[in-house]
Design a protein around this ligand. Structure first.
Ligand SMILES: Nc1nc2c(ncn2[C@@H]2O[C@H](COP(=O)(O)OP(=O)(O)OP(=O)(O)O)[C@@H](O)[C@H]2O)c(=O)[nH]1
Ligand SMILES: [Mg+2]
Length: 719
C-alpha cells in the first residue's frame, strides 16, 4: 500500500443500531475495494470485521474494527463499530478519530433507539452524517416509512441522493438523483448496469433532483448565485454543495444499499471518495489545554492511540491516528501521558486482523503498530517539537453492576489482571476492588456486555467465573444530637489502663453553625471549641471533630487516640457495619489517671462513647441514589413509568422529543440491579437509559428494618 497524502485520506465511522448490517456492508466494501477476494458473512462467521471468537459465537460485533479501502486514488479508512448499546465505547472511540459517520438503518425498522443514541454522539462530536438505508431486499423493508421517520426527526436536512425502484426480495435497482441515472444489479450484485431513468420514474426523480440542487446550493453562496442565474448546477457543483452541507451538518444525505447482496455498495464508495470531506477540510482538533492542531504533515509529530487489543500470537496491537506530522518506521517518540520512550518498529495499514506494512503515515491517516512497551488507549506519542496530549474521548457511565468471582480461588489473580486488560480495551467498564463490600464489582453497559466478558474469560482464557448480586454501599448517619460517656478501666497485675471520654454527637450539615449550649435530660452543656478538625471521608461525607475540653480534663496528646478510636467505628458503622458519614463529634470532658492513662485506653473509650452516642442519636441508613434518564418511545411510557415506581423511583420530569419521551428519575441503586434487562423486555429493546450517581439519601423505615435484621443475623452467624 502506498503512502497517502493528507488530502487523499478520509476517515469514516460506520454506525447504526445492532443488526442494521454494518459489518455486512464493511465486507461488501472490502470486496469492492479489492481487499478481499470473497465476501464472508455473519452466518458463516468469516467476515473481516467480526474476527474475534466471541463475535463469531454471538454473531454480533463486540469490538470496533479498522479497515481501509483504496478507492480512486484515495484512502478511505473505516471503523466498523458495534451497534449494541452495550458496546457503545467502540463507537465513541471511533468518533474521536473519524470525520464522517455513516449511519446504517435497517429498512424494516427505520430509526431505532440505537440510531438515536449514536446520532447523539455525532452531534456532540459535530461530525457529518450520511444515512444509509440497508436491508432493502427484506420482505418487510419499508423504505418510504424510513424516509418519513427521518424527515420527521431531521426535517429538510434529510436529502435523498437515491431511492429504490422496488423494495423487498425483488430489490435490484435504485434511481440516483445526483447522477440522474438508474443503477440495476444482477442477482450477484457488484458492478451495476447504468441505465436511463425509466419514463414512469422521471417525475419522482426530477422532483428529488431539484430538491437536491436546492439543498446543495444552500450551503455555498457562489452556488446559490449560480443556481438563481441558471436554475441548475453541474454534477461537480452538486458535489461541492453536498460536501459543504455535510461539514456544517446542514445536510444529511440518504443512500440506499443492500449490503447482503452487494448492491449499491460501489456507488456508495464512489460517493464517499468524491464527496466526503478529507481530514484537512474538517475543523482542527484541540489538545487537552485547548490548542488547535492542524493535520499538517510537515508539522511536529503527534499520534493519538484510540484503541488497543490483544491478539493471539502477536500480543498488543495499538491503533492510532496521526494527528500532526508523520510517523516513520524506526521513529523514537515520547509518550506524553506516561513519560516513557517508545520506538515505532513497524507501521501497518489494517483490514481487521490483516496488516500491511507501510514505511510511513502522514497526518490524518489511521494505522496500527505492535510491540509498544507501555502505550494505553488515550495516550499520545510525540516527536520533537510536539507536546500534545488529547483527552477528547467522553465515555458514558456504566449502568449494569455485578460482583464477579473466580470459581477457583487460584484463578483470582489472573481474573483481576484480565479485568484490568479488558478495561484498558473498553473504557466503558468499571472494575472496583471494594474493600468496603469485600467484593470485586464490575460495572458495564448491560447484561450482554457482562455476558461477553464471561464468555471471553471462560473460552479464551479458560477461567471459570461467576456473577453474584453486588452488595450496596450503604452509609450510616444520625438525625439528632446525643451524648454519652465511656470509662475504660482495666486493672491487671502491674500497670493498668484508664481513659474516660464524654462526648456529644450530632448530624453535620454543611454551613450550619455549632451551638454554644446543648441540653440533654434537663442538663446544660456549655461548649467552647478550642480546636476543630474537618475531615473529608474517603467514602464521601464529612467528620467534624471538635475539641472542647476545659481545664485539662484530658491531656491534648490523647486527642488523636480518641479520634482514631472514633474513626475505627466510622469505618464500621454501629448499625450495619457500613461507613458512617456527616457527623459532628464534640469531646467536652473526660478523666485521666496520672499513671494508667495511655493511648490505647483513650482509643477504646473514644470508640465506645461514640458508638453509644451514635445509637442514641436517631441513627439511619443511607443508600446511594442515582439520576436515571430513560429514552422511550411514547407507546411504552406508561409501562416504563409503572415499572420505575415499583423501584421506589421519584419521577423528576419528562420531555418529549419527536416520538420519544425522556424520563428523568431518581432511583435507589439497589433497585437498578437488573434494570437494563427489564427495560429491554418491557419495550422490546426500544428504550435506552443512562445513570449517574446523585446522592446518599435515607432509606425508608421498612428497608432499614430489613437491613438491621439481616446484619444482626449475619453477625450472629459469624460469632
Ligand atoms: N436480507 C439482508 N440481510 C442482511 C443485509 N445486511 C445484513 N444482513 C443480515 O443482518 C444480520 C446483521 O448483520 P450485521 O452485518 O452483523 O449487522 P451489524 O450492523 O454489524 O450488527 P452489530 O455488529 O450487532 O452492530 C446478519 O444476519 C446479516 O447477514 C441485507 O442487506 N439484507
Ligand atoms: Mg457488526
Amino acid at each position: 500500500m502506498k503512502v497517502y497524502q493528507t488530502n487523499e485520506i478520509k476517515n469514516i465511522a460506520i454506525l447504526g443500531s445492532s443488526g442494521s448490517g454494518k459489518t455486512t456492508l464493511a465486507e461488501a466494501m472490502l470486496y469492492e475495494g479489492g481487499v478481499i477476494k470473497r465476501r464472508g458473512s455473519i452466518e458463516a462467521g468469516n467476515t473481516v470485521s467480526d474476527y474475534f471468537p466471541v463475535e463469531k459465537e454471538y454473531g454480533y460485533s463486540v469490538f470496533s474494527t479498522v479497515f481501509s479501502v483504496e478507492w480512486q486514488d484515495r484512502k478511505l479508512n473505516f471503523i466498523d463499530c458495534p451497534g449494541s448499546d452495550d458496546f457503545i465505547g467502540g463507537a465513541v472511540s471511533a468518533l474521536n478519530v473519524t470525520d464522517t459517520a455513516l449511519m446504517v438503518l435497517n429498512a424494516q425498522y427505520g430509526i431505532e433507539v440505537g440510531t438515536i443514541n449514536q446520532f447523539r454522539y455525532t452531534d456532540q462530536f459535530n461530525k457529518p452524517v450520511i444515512f444509509i438505508v440497508n436491508h432493502l431486499d427484506n420482505a418487510l423493508a419499508d423504505y418510504d416509512g424510513a424516509i418519513v421517520q427521518l424527515k420527521d426527526r431531521f426535517g429538510s436536512k434529510i436529502v435523498q441522493i437515491q431511492y429504490p425502484v422496488n423494495v423487498g426480495p425483488t430489490f435490484n435497482a435504485v434511481v440516483d438523483v445526483l447522477k440522474m441515472k438508474m443503477y440495476r444489479w444482477k442477482p450477484e450484485g457488484g458492478v451495476p448496469e447504468v441505465l436511463e431513468i425509466p419514463a414512469d420514474e422521471i417525475d419522482k426523480a426530477t422532483e428529488l433532483h431539484t430538491a437536491l440542487i436546492e439543498a446543495a446550493a444552500e450551503h455555498d453562496d457562489q452556488l446559490m448565485e449560480k443556481f438563481f442565474e441558471d436554475g441548475n448546477l453541474s454534477e461537480d457543483e452538486l458535489r461541492a454543495g453536498i460536501s459543504a452541507g455535510l461539514i456544517t451538518r446542514g445536510m444529511f444525505p440518504v443512500f440506499c444499499v443492500c449490503a447482503g447482496k452487494d448492491m449499491c455498495v460501489r456507488r456508495t464508495l464512489e460517493f464517499l471518495g468524491n464527496v466526503v470531506p478529507t481530514v484537512d477540510r474538517m475543523p482542527k482538533v484541540k489538545t487537552s489545554d485547548g490548542r488547535e492542531v492542524a493535520p499538517d504533515p510537515n508539522g511536529p509529530t503527534g499520534i493519538f492511540f484510540f484503541k488497543t487489543t490483544v491478539e493471539q500470537h502477536i500480543g498488543q496491537v495499538s491503533y492510532f491516528k496521526v494527528i500532526s506530522g508523520k510517523v516513520k518506521e524506526g521513529d523514537d517518540l515520547l509518550n506524553a501521558d506516561r513519560g516513557s520512550k517508545e520506538r515505532i518498529a513497524q507501521i501497518f495499514s489494517v483490514a481487521g486482523q490483516t496488516r500491511n506494512q507501510v514505511p510511513e503515515m502522514l497526518a490524518g491517516d489511521i494505522g496500527a503498530t505492535v510491540k509498544l512497551k507501555d502505550v494505553k488507549r488515550g495516550n499520545t506519542l510525540n516527536g520533537k517539537g510536539a507536546d500534545y496530549t488529547f483527552d477528547f474521548i467522553k465515555y458514558p457511565n456504566p449502568k449494569y453492576r455485578r460482583a464477579i468471582r473466580a470459581v477457583n480461588e487460584a484463578d483470582s489473580e489472573k481474573m483481576a489482571e484480565l479485568l484490568t486488560r479488558f478495561r484498558e480495551e473498553d473504557p466503558t467498564w468499571l472494575v472496583e476492588q471494594s474493600k468496603e463490600l469485600k467484593q470485586t464489582i464490575v460495572s458495564g453497559q448491560g447484561e450482554f456486555h457482562l455476558r461477553t466478558l464471561k464468555w471471553r474469560m471462560e473460552n479464551n482464557e479458560k477461567i471459570q467465573i461467576e456473577y453474584l448480586e453486588p452488595k450496596i454501599p450503604y452509609r450510616e448517619t444520625i438525625t439528632k444530637a446525643a451524648r454519652a460517656d465511656y470509662r475504660h478501666k482495666k486493672q491487671s497485675g502491674g500497670s493498668g489502663q484508664f481513659g474516660e471520654v464524654h462526648l456529644i454527637v450530632e448530624p453535620y450539615i454543611e454551613g450550619t453553625p455549632m451551638p454554644d449550649v446543648y441540653r440533654f435530660g434537663g442538663q446544660e452543656f456549655k461548649i467552647s471549641a478550642r480546636d476543630t478538625q474537618v475531615i473529608d471521608l474517603d467514602w464521601g461525607g464529612k467528620l467534624v471533630f471538635v475539641n472542647s475540653i476545659v481545664g485539662g480534663a484530658i491531656d491534648t496528646r490523647f486527642l488523636p487516640a480518641i479520634l482514631k478510636g472514633i474513626m475505627a467505628r466510622m469505618e464500621q458503622g454501629p448499625l450495619t457495619g457500613s461507613y458512617a458519614r456527616d457527623v459532628r463529634i464534640i469531646v467536652y470532658d473526660g478523666k485521666m489517671h496520672p499513671v494508667d492513662s495511655n493511648e490505647i485506653s483513650f482509643m477504646l473509650a473514644g470508640r465506645n462513647a461514640f458508638s453509644t452516642a451514635f445509637r442514641e442519636a436517631g441513627p439511619k441508613i443511607l443508600e446511594p441514589i442515582y439520576d436515571v434518564e430513560v429514552s422511550v418511545p411514547g407507546d411504552y411510557l406508561g409501562d416504563v413509568m409503572s415499572d420505575l415506581q415499583g423501584r421506589r423511583a421519584i419521577i423528576m420530569g419528562m420531555n418529549s422529543e419527536k416520538g420519544y419521551e425522556k424520563l428523568l428519575a431518581k432511583v435507589p441503586l439497589k433497585e437498578m440491579s437488573s434494570y437494563s434487562t427489564s427495560l429491554s423486555s418491557i419495550t422490546g429493546g426500544r428504550a435506552s437509559f443512562t445513570m449517574k450517581f446523585a446522592s446518599y439519601e435515607l432509606v425508608p423505615a421498612d428497608v432499614q428494618e430489613k437491613l438491621l435484621k439481616a446484619y444482626a443475623e449475619k453477625s450472629q452467624d459469624e460469632d
